[in-house]
Write a protein that binds this ligand. Structure first.
Ligand SMILES: NC(=O)c1ccc[n+]([C@@H]2O[C@H](COP(=O)([O-])OP(=O)(O)OC[C@H]3O[C@@H](n4cnc5c(N)ncnc54)[C@H](O)[C@@H]3O)[C@@H](O)[C@H]2O)c1
Length: 390
């Protein structure tokens, strides 16, 4: 199988899915590796380093898409790449399919095999840890007077109190934000709907943080004293309500900050819309919003190293054993299969976009095998099944 490392072309995206270290492992396993020119340059990995590990450097994206059986990159398939997709070719990247109907249509039309990277991480995505930690720092940057914030220093100075921060959602992203802000001396409250998470975090920080069960009323009760909200709740795509609506935003003081790391569309924050690194902030009702959708791209070296290391076993499983066997052995690869030769295999996308879907184990003919278990990637259910696939 010829494996290819693509250069990411999303605005402000500098990460790479394999560093030269992972390329060495893949070449060592007997596979041919092509890398697109400059794929790792912005993350600190020059073409020569890939070549030294046995990869062939390819000049153009077109040639990469034409020559490779299996391609990988970090972020979505961009519209300019739709024309390259072809039948039977495998592509692994963050597709975010439920929120991107045009991308899904291009994938289905091409009959390629698409795997959604964000659903594939058994131990939580390194991207999420990076987004939480770096998102907290971007929130602090947004709080600066020079950026429209009220100019409070995170941990305060002698005689001047520090910031009150509210973190919504104590998952991988929320925990990343919490670790940074707590270490810098912020007074942090975490809200979640999972009492186990709240107990765990309270214990981890020796009850030096506040935890609250999350409701709109609880949020409204703390917003007037809150300097910065960090939203880390993965909002179910079918929900039409908000955790913070535009009226509630008025409870915050002017110059307060709202960091929407989750960036779901539609999401839990009514006033939120996606921004990019080149123009990351906007103001609503005096509240500075920071809503960049690829925060980890700003720390491209560290996230590339963490993400590539986490992804390597998955890539090797597919390369060494083939997709079908990899889906038997790893339930997290199976649940991230999004489209297979023209058929949608992603339940959340079916539920949100009203398209029919077929279970990965049915389309691959492995339903009767002993399968590695994995929890569903989302809470969205769809009974809009395709019953026959061949
Ligand atoms: N902007 C970026 O660059 C970026 C990068 C990575 C991830 N993300 C996004 O961040 C979000 C969070 O990711 P994660 O890995 O931490 O998810 P997660 O599933 O690990 O955590 C989500 C947490 O939210 C809690 N929760 C669910 N409903 C809630 C509610 N109504 N109120 C309060 N808490 C609630 C859950 O119990 C869980 O603890 C996702 O939407 C993800 O796509 C964004």
């Amino acid at each position: 199988m010829i494996f290819g490392v693509l250069k990411d072309i999303k605005e402000g995206e500098y990460r790479v899915i394999c560093t030269p270290m992972e390329v060495a492992s893949i070449v060592g396993a007997g596979h041919t590796v092509l890398v697109e020119k400059d794929c790792g340059a912005k993350a600190g990995f020059p073409d020569e380093a890939y070549a030294k590990m046995g990869a062939t450097v390819v000049e153009t994206a077109k040639e990469m898409w034409e020559r490779c059986d299996f391609l990988a990159k970090v972020k979505e398939i961009e519209p300019s790449e739709y024309g390259y997709l072809r039948e039977g070719q495998m592509i692994y990247c963050c597709i975010h399919p439920a929120g991107h109907p045009e991308e899904v249509q291009a994938i289905l039309d091409s009959k390629c095999i698409a795997i959604t990277a964000e659903d594939s991480h058994r131990f939580g995505s390194p991207n999420c840890e990076a987004a939480g930690k770096q998102g907290a720092l971007f929130g602090l940057e947004s709080m600066l007077t020079i950026n429209g914030g009220k100019g409070k220093f995170v941990g305060g100075f002698a005689g001047a109190p520090g910031m009150n921060v509210l973190i919504l959602g104590g998952g991988v992203v929320g925990q990343g934000a919490l670790s940074v802000l707590h270490a810098l001396g912020a007074n942090v409250t975490v809200m979640d709907i999972n009492a186990g998470i709240l107990r765990l975090l309270g214990d981890r920080y020796n009850q030096k943080i506040n935890t609250m069960y999350c409701t709109k009323e609880a949020i409204a009760s703390v917003l007037p004293q809150t300097d910065m909200v960090i939203n880390c709740v993965k909002w179910p795509k079918q929900r039409k309500d908000f955790l913070i609506d535009k009226e509630m935003l008025k409870l915050m003081e002017p110059g307060s900050v709202l960091v929407d790391i989750s960036n779901d569309d539609p999401g839990a924050i009514e006033s939120s819309h996606e921004t990019h690194h080149d123009n990351p902030r906007y103001v609503v009702n005096g509240v500075v919003h920071y809503c960049v959708s690829n925060i980890p791209g700003a720390v491209a070296y560290s996230t590339s190293v963490a993400l590539a290391g986490d992804t390597l076993p998955l890539l090797l499983n597919i390369l060494n054993n083939g997709l079908t066997e990899a889906c038997v052995r790893d339930g997290f690869i199976r649940r991230s299969l999004t489209a297979y030769k023209g058929l949608l295999t992603h339940e959340e996308t079916s539920g949100i976009q009203g398209r029919p879907w077929i279970r990965p184990e049915d389309v691959l003919g492995i339903a009767e095998r002993k399968l590695d278990p994995a929890p569903p990637a989302t809470t969205t259910r769809s009974t809009n099944f395709i019953t026959c696939c061949k």
